[in-house]
Design a protein around this ligand. Sequence first.
Ligand code: HGY
Ligand code: MN
Ligand code: MN
Length: 415
Amino acid sequence: MVALDLGGGGARAAARCEALALPPFSDSTDGLTRTYLSPAYRAAQEQLAVWMAEAGMAVRSDAAANLIGRYEGCAAGAPALVIGSHLDSVRNAGVYDGPLGIMLGIEAVKALSSGGVRMPFAIEVYAFGDEEGSRFPAAMLTSRAVAGTLDPASLEVADRDGVRLGDLLDLAAYASAARSRGDIIAYLEAHIEQGPVLEAKGLALGTVTGIAAQLRFEIGLSGTAGHAGTTAMNLRRDAVAGMAEMVLTAEAVAAAGPSDLVATVGLVEVPSGAANVIAGRSRFTLDVRAGDAAVRDRAADAILRQFREIAGWRDLGLAMRQVHDLPASPCDPALMDLLDAATAAAGHRPYRLVSGAGHDAMIMAALCPMAMLFLRCRGGVSHNPAEHVEPADAEAALAVISGFIRRLGDHLEPA
Ligand code: HGY
Ligand code: MN
Ligand code: MN
């Protein structure tokens, strides 16, 4: 194959993520927030569609509101390599978490189309919708729809304002976003590491070996609302004090386990909370992860058992609902080898590492072989506006993705 001109596409990919951090591509004027199906999400899709078309792709969207660009292979209608990541963000997010993988996919296609090169397979770039779960109490619905693993009951969700997913999209059609196995050869996702390992090793890039298993719960406590000045301490049923004890319990259980076991309470709410009222109700989320699902499950069982004990002696009502269960997802060994080879050919030392963060890749693994390329991010900081990727590292990632694409062609059609 002729050498491709990557033309500063890595730096452009990073710059485009920065361009999507401001209104109308952010729902907030104060930092980046772009939730699934919000006005900012729709505006970002419109901009992405322009960039996909400029790169030589035919653009469409599916019933789950994913945006897809397709670049045909040598023969029209050939099965596709999917390159993707997510367009939504957490609240007050960094700008690269998700979009960078989409932008790099677009740049890889742009290099092929500019060089007039067609592969023996098509390439589709997917911009997924709700990876973060920052709007609805669910996550990765749109990649689940594509992978064909969606439980229709999981679509019955509403956001904090009571807007239901079904108010925004046709839920009866949602699962038609599914792709069939024969249509997809492999899935590749490039993503910032969101951790400190690559930076500590002095490496720009890493090949992911697998993604940690995740469990997520919503917990509700009910006590008795009362007067903060007149209710003696021994007479209280305080839903905030109970929640505080549970938060520290989750932290202690995870801290006592292996280093890859983590537990997080990231959202706490006190409905009708006030300075002079003993809280009658509280709610919070619990996220538990480990590289091994059995380790994760034992820890989650221990945490929930202690929650029941705390609720018991504090005489609090306790409601616990599991909202998310993702198994550990190993990456495909042959695709990891291709990424390592492309990394070495691009002049970087191949290095393998596990992902503690969740990604659409773990869902796509049910549909096809999956691989992930991590990029170093400054200080390992992510889910934070201070997230930063060096343009030079994005250039390196684009070179590796392009090398991966070429090697995938050779891998599928040995000379
Ligand atoms: O939660 C996660 O791991 C991902 O960033 N959505
Ligand atoms: Mn994220
Ligand atoms: Mn992400």
